[in-house]
Design a protein. Structure first.
Length: 327
């Protein structure tokens, strides 16, 4: 009986290419001439797929993803970062012909006949985890990961970002750097705050008194910045956890009559569309959040198609965009 390797050898292509052509993978980028040659050789060699492959191809052909968002939908209004993740998910599902069902925190899971993959966006509660694992073992976290997990994850390297911001400020001559951020759970520091505090103390530019934590919203950033600026002295360089928080921080600084970046400079994270239109324009770390959503879909699709057992962690790259809030 002919095998995939036999076809690959005669066609002069890789085994993976043969597999993806015969499974009609819509994401494969290969010349039509190559595709026809593979199909002709498979027919000539009378290649027959196993019953398990027939079953798997059928499942992929009727792929249905459930996206569970571990927050309420109105958060997308306050922080476009999450809206972009959902847009990436929806766009990629449409591109691959995948049925998608969205479900937000505190909403009951819809009754679904068959789910071939679950995306969990944000840090999941135990209830969300249990609901997802009851449906399938093909699960991918987005904007969250945990070491040693058996599930795929798409995330950003917040530790590296925090260090990059501190190194930039130090290179600019800053000797005292503050942090204004949010929290996913009451009383629990966000990973970028933890990394900022540890690396900043190591570099001798961060103290516990210069760290403020509230919610991931502009109103929270405004209130925290007012508290900070009411002190007799305050850090003249700030790392702000998100653009949405930074918008509120900017307002508080302006109300205090301080000049940006001459009196105080800041860098935030995400690079949402409005970041370029604040006054002054925000210096920020650009996160390709839409790509996070699309790559999560790709991981679920690929795992369902190939039966991959090994979990993958994907880190989406980021880049520091310097604008008017830094010198």
């Amino acid at each position: 009986m002919a095998t995939l390797k036999d076809i690959a050898t005669e066609a002069g292509v890789s085994l993976a290419t043969v597999s993806r052509v015969l499974n009609d993978d819509p994401t494969l980028n290969v010349k039509e001439e190559t595709k026809h040659r593979i199909l002709e050789i498979a027919e000539k060699l009378e290649y027959k797929s196993t019953s398990s492959r027939k079953t798997q191809a059928h499942a992929v052909g009727h792929h249905h993803i459930l996206a569970i968002y571990s927050y309420q939908q109105d958060l997308e209004i306050n922080d476009p970062y999450y809206l972009a993740i959902r847009h990436g998910i929806e766009t990629q599902c449409e591109k691959l012909g995948i049925e998608l069902t969205n479900c937000y925190f505190n909403n009951a899971l819809p009754e679904l006949k068959k789910i071939t993959g679950v995306l969990i966006v944000g840090q999941p509660s135990l209830a969300i985890r249990d609901a997802a694992t009851a449906l399938t073992d093909n699960i991918c976290f987005i904007d969250f990961h945990e070491p040693g997990s058996n599930y795929d994850a798409v995330d950003i390297d917040l530790v590296r970002i925090a260090k990059e911001v501190i190194d930039f400020f130090i290179a600019e001559g800053a000797s005292r750097i503050g942090f204004i951020g949010g929290q996913d759970e009451p009383g629990k520091a966000d990973i970028r705050e933890v990394a900022f505090a540890e690396y900043g103390r190591l570099k001798g530019v961060v103290s516990e008194d210069d760290i403020w934590r509230g919610g991931f919203s502009s109103s929270s950033g405004y209130e925290l910045a007012k508290i900070m600026l009411a002190k007799a002295d305050f850090p003249t360089a700030l790392f702000v956890a998100s653009d949405s928080i930074a918008i509120g921080v900017l307002r508080a600084i302006h109300e205090r009559g301080l000049a940006i970046p001459e009196d105080i400079s800041l860098i935030s994270v995400n690079d949402i569309p409005t970041a370029r239109f604040t006054f002054p324009p925000l210096s920020t770390v650009r996160i390709h959040s839409e790509m996070m959503g699309s790559q999560g879909v790709n991981l679920l699709f690929e795992k369902a198609r190939d039966g991959r057992a090994l979990p993958l962690n994907v880190y989406v790259p980021s880049v520091l965009k310097l604008r008017g809030t830094t010198r």
